[in-house]
Ligand binder design. Structure first.
Ligand SMILES: Nc1nc2c(ncn2[C@@H]2O[C@H](COP(=O)(O)OP(=O)(O)OP(=O)(O)O)[C@@H](O)[C@H]2O)c(=O)[nH]1
Ligand SMILES: [Mg+2]
Length: 632
């Protein structure tokens, strides 16, 4: 079963010291151990606005993320607390508490922007926390959201169609929640009661006019509407009006808090517990604790090199790491299952090949389950090669076990014969007949031994060959035989030898055919499972593109409704491009699959090529021997 978290207290995940971001190794070690999918909730906002306190409530604790009781900011960098998800079984809830934004005591505000961007990239629910009301000022303070286009890239290279890279933010950005603390207004619009969500949406409506102040607050509005498709708002009363209690809030019992606040906080928590989504990267790639670790490390490393974190690169890094683990897991599964299911020697080669086919099918399934974005099937091909080598090893083991067993059986069965030869039992008149009887009885007894395996004929053949000269000297010395009978004996001996040789060759030929057939099965299995996976991945891509389209159409419609015709028309081109991309994906799906599968198929055949060529020569040699025998 996937492993979950075991953390008594939060720990710093991204340190922000001397204006340098770094990832705390102790925290990444914790994430590494978490193989469960994660729901990641990050809280961001101005300093000293009760963020850490709210996060502690999500962890179900009074204490945890340290709160500050002075005006100085408390939290530095990004802190993490992983707890078992309270309502999603086998999921981990990762809470990310961040350093307060906008603290004038801090030297360089640049890291504020990075912390904001990192929180967006790492979480699946982004909570923006502010005090008071959502007004111009609050929106101006949210200018970080407008900087995201400079701080996050979707693609590693500019898009071919020339559209802005940020048009795809919507496909991987988290859900957005605005939490408004110490909210003192009434939720009313033109005297009509409104919901918290309506309050937020209303506050996000663009304000007409050219006033620079208005423009400055319109930009964050647009960004939020464009980048975050799912938005929610929660307002909170002041937890208590007693300032003394407030300053010491983590130590006061729940029932001393304002009942309204209690209710609001509980609502917020239960919304997070039931609605916050599992973190998905893109195209359905589910994020586990371990994958989150890779993301944090990749993003912070990128920032430290002076570059901009790029989603596509992060996916590639993640895929490379995960796919090599997937190959290992699949190969181990194959070996374990083969070792468990095969009893050496198998009766026939086919028996071994059948077990191999079953284990290989399972191994490919394990690989498909754990891999993603395997560009050009590089990793799947590696798996094909590994399994090919492992299979070869099992075949060899099987042959060795068969030889060993057959040899020991023959040694036992021929023991008396060998003794009689050495003491001269057959060197008497009529000795040849006695010898023949003894030899035939060995052959018969040998044929009755079950499960001798693939080398049964060959081992017998070797034994008979080693007997040929002995047999010859026995009949030559046997005085009871006439010359005519000796000639018949000689002819019979060579005919029998030829027959036995043919039998061994016939078996070889059959086995070679079985091997070729097994390779074909393996090829088909690889292709079938790849096709299935490609279909699933394409389905996810189309789903994601449709979601983007739906969102953009909605934004466009809203702009039009609000009277911003020009802005709404500006989105036409972007929407047209997206529709075109969706059509192309759908239309090219079939031919794209065929091409990819053909290429992959021929590459696998070339992996098998060497044994196939060997087979070819064997087949040709065997058939020429047959022809020779037939004509003689
Ligand atoms: N007025 C008010 N104060 C709060 C609220 N929640 C917590 N506090 C108090 O505000 C102070 C700061 O709370 P924190 O949770 O540490 O705030 P923060 O936003 O995490 O602060 P930084 O980490 O410094 O950015 C503490 O003394 C809390 O007791 C609230 O809803 N309203
Ligand atoms: Mg804090």
């Amino acid at each position: 079963m996937a492993s979950g978290p075991n953390m008594m207290a939060p720990i710093c995940l991204v340190e922000n010291n001397n204006m340098q971001l770094s990832v705390n190794q102790r925290a990444t070690q914790i994430l590494e151990q978490i193989s469960q999918p994660v729901v990641v909730v990050a809280i961001v906002g101005l300093y000293r606005t009760g963020k850490s306190y709210l996060m502690n409530r999500l962890a179900g604790q009074n204490r945890g993320f340290p709160l500050g009781s002075t005006v100085q900011s408390k939290t530095k960098g990004i802190w993490m607390w992983c707890v078992p998800h309270p309502s999603k079984p086998n999921h981990t809830l990762v809470l990310l508490d961040t350093e307060g934004l906008g603290d004038v005591e801090k030297g360089d505000p640049k890291n504020d922007s990075w912390i904001f961007a990192l929180a967006v990239l790492l979480c699946s629910t982004f909570v923006y926390n502010s005090l008071g009301t959502i007004n111009h000022q609050a929106l101006e303070q949210l200018h970080y959201v407008t900087e995201l286009t400079e701080l996050i890239r979707t693609k590693s290279s500019p898009k071919e169609d020339g559209t802005e890279d940020s048009t795809e933010f919507v496909s991987f950005f988290p859900d957005f929640i605005w939490t408004v603390r110490d909210f003192t207004l009434e939720l009313k619009l033109n005297d009509d009661p409104i919901t918290e969500d309506e309050y937020l949406e209303n506050a996000l409506k663009l304000i007409p006019g050219k006033n620079p102040r208005i423009q400055a607050s319109n930009l964050p509005r647009e960004c939020i509407r464009h980048f975050f498709p799912k938005r929610k708002c929660f307002v909170f009363d002041r937890p208590t009006n007693d300032t003394k209690l407030l300053a010491n809030i983590e130590n006061i019992p729940e029932n001393q808090l304002d009942p309204k606040f209690q209710k609001q906080a509980n609502n917020f928590c239960s919304y997070i517990f039931t609605q916050a989504r599992t973190k998905i990267l893109r195209e359905g790639v589910m994020i586990t604790g371990n994958r989150l670790r890779t993301l944090v490390v990749t993003y912070v490393d990128t920032i430290n090199t002076g570059a901009v974190p790029c989603l596509e690169n992060a996916v590639t890094t993640l895929a490379q790491l995960e796919n090599s683990v997937a190959v290992q897991k699949a190969a181990d599964h194959y070996s374990e299952q083969m070792a468990q299911r095969v009893r050496f020697p198998t009766d026939t080669l086919q028996e071994l090949l059948d077990v191999h086919a079953d284990c290989e099918r399972e191994a490919i399934r394990v690989f498909m389950e754990h891999s993603f974005k395997d560009e050009n099937q590089e990793f799947q091909k590696t798996l094909v090669e590994i399994i090919k080598d492992k299979k070869q090893h099992f075949l060899q083991q099987n042959e060795e076990a068969s030889v060993k067993y057959c040899q020991s059986m023959l040694d036992q069965l021929s023991k008396a014969l060998m003794e009689n030869i050495s003491i001269g039992t057959f060197s008497v008149p009529g000795g040849y007949k006695l010898y023949r009887q003894a030899k035939e009885s060995i052959e018969w007894n040998y044929s009755q031994v079950p499960r001798k395996g693939v080398k049964a004929n060959e081992v017998l053949q070797n034994f008979l060959q080693s007997q040929a000269s002995i047999e010859k000297s026995i009949w030559q010395a046997d005085k009871a035989l006439t010359d005519g009978e000796k000639a018949i004996a000689a002819e019979r001996a060579s005919k029998e030898a030829a027959e036995k040789e043919q039998e061994v060759l016939r078996q070889k030929l059959l086995e070679q055919e079985q091997q070729i057939e097994a390779q074909q099965r393996s090829l088909q299995e690889n292709i079938a499972q790849l096709k299935e996976k490609m279909e699933r991945e394409t389905e996810n891509i189309i789903k994601e593109q449709n979601m983007m389209l739906e969102h953009k159409l909605k934004v466009q419609e809203d702009l039009l409704k609000e009277g911003f015709r020009k802005k709404s028309e500006e989105m036409d081109e972007e929407i047209r491009q997206l529709k075109h991309t969706i059509d192309t994906t759908k239309n090219n799906e079939a031919s794209w699959f065929t091409q990819a599968l053909d290429r992959f198929g021929s590459e696998i055949i070339s992996i098998f090529a060497s044994p196939v060529r060997v087979l070819d020569t064997v087949v040709r040699t065997v058939s020429s021997i047959f022809k020779k025998n037939l004509s003689s």
